[in-house]
Design a protein around this ligand. Structure first.
Ligand SMILES: [Zn+2]
Length: 66
């Protein structure tokens, strides 16, 4: 089963859940039991061009001008 990352809209808690696609809608926040959670899409898969930096933010200094 794949692991999905969620963020709770209520308390802001971020957590990962090992669940099937069908059970994904039934996920509740383990901290406040709220069902108001939204799935977080990994930044690595969203970014086009590949490359996943471990640290947040943009890489400064790697860009070279013409
Ligand atoms: Zn919560």
């Amino acid at each position: 089963m794949p692991i999905y990352d969620f963020k709770c809209d209520r308390c802001g808690h971020v957590f990962s859940v090992l669940t099937s696609l069908q059970e994904r809608d039934k996920v509740a926040c383990p901290q406040c039991q709220s069902k108001e959670v939204r799935q977080i899409i990994s930044a690595c898969s969203v970014r086009s061009g590949g490359g996943c930096s471990s640290s947040g933010g943009f890489d400064s200094g790697s860009w070279r001008g013409g």
